[in-house]
Design a protein around this ligand. Sequence first.
Ligand code: LM2
Ligand code: CA
Length: 474
Amino acid sequence: AYDTPYCDGRQTIVHLFEWKWTDIAAECERFLGPNEFCAVQVSPPMEHLLASSSGYPWWQRYQPISYKLESRSGNEAEFIDMVNRCNAVGVRIIVDAVVNHMTGIGQSGTGSGGSSFNADNRDFPGVPYGYNDFTPRDQCPSSDGQIHDYSNVNEVRNCMLVGLTDLYGGSDYVRQKVSEYFNHVIDLGVMGFRVDASKHMWPGDLEAIQGLTKDLNTDAGFPAGARPFFYHEVIDQGGEPITVQDYFSVGRTTEFRFGKKIAWGVNDFSQLGNIYDAGWGMAPSDKALNFVDNHDNQRGHGGGGDILTFQNGKDYTLGVCFSLAHDYGFMRIMSSYYFDNSDQGPPSGGGGSTSDVVINDDGTCGGGWVCEHRWNAITQMVRFRNAVAGTSIENWYQEGDNVAFSRGNKGFFAMTKYGSFDKTLQTGLPAGTYCELISHCANQVTVNADGTAMVSIHNEQEPVFAICVGCGDG
Ligand code: LM2
Ligand code: CA
């Protein structure tokens, strides 16, 4: 099935937004492998627009020019080296696939891989795509060919999203070209795809494209017959005719309501008890790809509003740690760069280049990179999520600004808003002495014969507590 990742039990994807392939390869070896991350979602690897007049914004990579693996993050040889080195340490690669559209109208010139193009003529010789490969004008009901009315399904899927030339997914040729791109990176050893703008594509077209994809490459360590892992970007916050449920036959769906519920819950802990709200139409756990924030809504683009980001400091730590402790969904965490405006691209030496990620002696990042995935409590909770996989939430406790729960008889989690908490709670765990993960075993916790333990948190920066069976330090 398209909704299953192949990660040997590892449970967390990290989006290394705008990182270069050389840095991702190094990060797999020095950090993500040892800390047991499942996979990296990489920025779109295909040839893209160079929006020099806009200062090389991040969003230029959502305007494809061809499917050559020549992007701001690196060339094909570097991509191959990254995939091989990450696979070798058990960390899989997930490609951000932009296949709803090509560049915006009005754009022409040369892309990041040297291909010429002219959007107004629908001419993309690097693929090649021409006029007939774009959605026929008479299938788009809006007067100007653009999407305005999200209550009209034909308009959302057949018209242009913010002026981006809309590929005709109903065409066998387009399906062929997109699946060739997917099969090329599958041959290179990737595990799966985050599909951009799936809401703007017909589920039947996606089903046809995915039906043309190969099984994962057994030379890269995947089991025989394994299908690629797909999660579809469908911004569904209720109130529109297109829902995440429309896409369950083609994989998981991004669950934007999860991040909202986490933001509300960190603000008011009494709301943390019902994170999965089926009544609101949220995807069930086994169909959800969930996240606290993503590269769009952390800067007010797609689906923004009521979202915690790294800019919220401790509250962000609480939101991500609670999410990792929870049993809902397959989780992706964000790894960002600092920005002053919502268009700004990654740290750069100029000319549209991307700077190396700087790793400080204390393990934090520098050079303008935030590296939330290296924040101590977040990394430790990635380990916790692996240790408790498959268990459900029990022994729920919430009182004021404190919350705690166990994950079956495998782990116990607690957090407090203001840095100080002491209470005897039922952990659901076997008696014994446990290493508290956030403190790297500086705190040893005794679980009594009746399963109770004194839970103490005294940490202003990371007021989080986690113990699990078989979890030593790492
Ligand atoms: C998405 N979901 O389906 C993302 O949520 C959204 O953020 C993406 O837009 C979109 N798909 C296309 O992949 C991003 C960005 C836009 C940007 C586009 C294309 O949020 O701001 O639009 O990528 O690069 C930019 C300009 C926009 C212009 C457009 C076309 O910001 O003003 O529209 O290019 O030239 C005239
Ligand atoms: Ca479309």
